[in-house]
Design a protein around this ligand. Structure first.
Ligand code: SF4
Length: 346
């Protein structure tokens, strides 16, 4: 069965013709998908005979709302059930500049970062381009009013996007389509733990898409203790790849740095971080750590994160402290999915 969510509009038009209908029916199908339709039966402007043919040869990958949490600040977190029983998280956020969404790229993750709940149970499978686009389509239909849309996308939820590179690449093409969701490349950010060869691929394939690196440490000794990927790609290789990316694309690289007490928050670490990044078109996003239940990592608090920001700025590195959204609902990424699976086993 063809998953129609994973097809570009021109491909849906070709499929419509192959099924004996006019090509413009493909555009109608795409409009329905963008409005969050989950079945062909809802597509009431299609002839019933065509809908029956679609049912025989195609499917719409399912995203069933298993849990929905609403924060006072407008953030909404979703746990979506997929057709095969896997569950993924998606977060909708309201900013002054528009509505943003954080989507998952895999069910689970095999990267094993110690501070992250998403990887606790390992990788289940890659998400398809349609399952990634579907998170935006369905969430937009649930969270946005008439004339409102999701304008910004971060691929920073469960999963390592560069471990599912080709599907992420097609996903970017899908959501960028002008007659589809119409999300501009510059409003899309892909966050990686640092699979180095893919950084150069991204610079060639998607040069306008923003790159974010989960760095979290200024050297290999610390990074290897919290991020197993650092055993494969040392910090020096990662930073070299980022410098090449910034030079080639003229795009600013964001470095995510989860401030962790006694691990990476000393003045010495911050000076090391500043000298590592000096001269690069970049920005550091400091994240006050949100400890996962069984994790031993501790946050030094927002005040220390602010001190680090000031220190980095004084050393010539632009930095911000990430605003904490949705802190009154189930905490950081991966926790909803993790808490659901523990609930399932009770
Ligand atoms: S931080 Fe990202 S790459 Fe690391 S385990 Fe979590 S989801 Fe995977």
């Amino acid at each position: 069965m063809i998953d129609i969510r994973s097809l570009e509009i021109k491909e849906i038009c070709e499929l419509s013709e192959a099924l004996g209908e006019k090509a413009f029916r493909g555009k109608q199908i795409s409009e329905w998908l963008c409005r969050g339709a989950s079945s062909f039966g809802e597509m009431t402007n299609l002839p019933a005979s065509f809908r029956a043919k679609l049912e025989e040869s195609c499917r719409i990958s399912g995203l069933e709302v298993l849990r929905r949490l609403k924060s006072k600040d407008g953030t909404q977190k979703f746990l979506y059930g997929l057709d095969d029983g896997n569950a993924i998280e998606t977060v909708f956020m309201k900013y002054k500049y528009g509505n943003s969404i954080c989507i998952s790229s895999q069910a689970g993750c095999r990267m094993g970062c110690v501070f992250c709940a998403s990887g606790k149970n390992g990788l289940s499978r890659d998400l398809t381009p349609g399952e990634m686009a579907g998170q935006i389509q369905v969430t937009q239909a649930l969270c946005c009013g008439e004339g409102e849309r999701i304008s910004h996308v971060v691929v920073m939820g469960t999963g390592e996007p560069f471990d599912n590179y080709e599907n992420v690449r097609k996903f970017v093409r899908l959501i960028n389509q002008e007659k589809g969701l119409g999300i501009g490349h510059r409003n899309i950010t892909i966050s990686t733990c640092g699979i180095v060869p893919r950084i150069a691929d991204m610079a060639s394939d998607m040069p306008q898409v923003n790159l974010a690196i989960s760095l979290h440490a200024p050297n290999d000794a610390i990074r290897r203790g919290i991020m197993p990927i650092a055993n494969k790609y040392p910090v020096s290789e990662l930073i070299d790849a980022c410098r090449s990316y910034a030079e080639k694309t003229h795009r600013r690289v964001t470095f995510e740095y989860a401030v962790t007490k006694g691990v990476n928050d000393s003045d010495e670490c911050i000076r090391e971080l500043a000298s590592l990044l000096r001269g690069m078109l970049c920005h550091v996003n400091l994240i006050p750590l949100n400890p996962i239940e069984e994790g031993a990592l501790e946050s030094p608090g927002r005040k220390r994160a602010e001190e680090i920001r000031e220190m980095l700025e004084s050393l010539g590195i632009p930095a911000t402290v990430r605003r904490t959204l949705g802190s009154d609902i189930d905490a950081s990424c991966g926790q909803l999915r993790l808490s659901q699976s523990s609930r399932d086993t009770i």
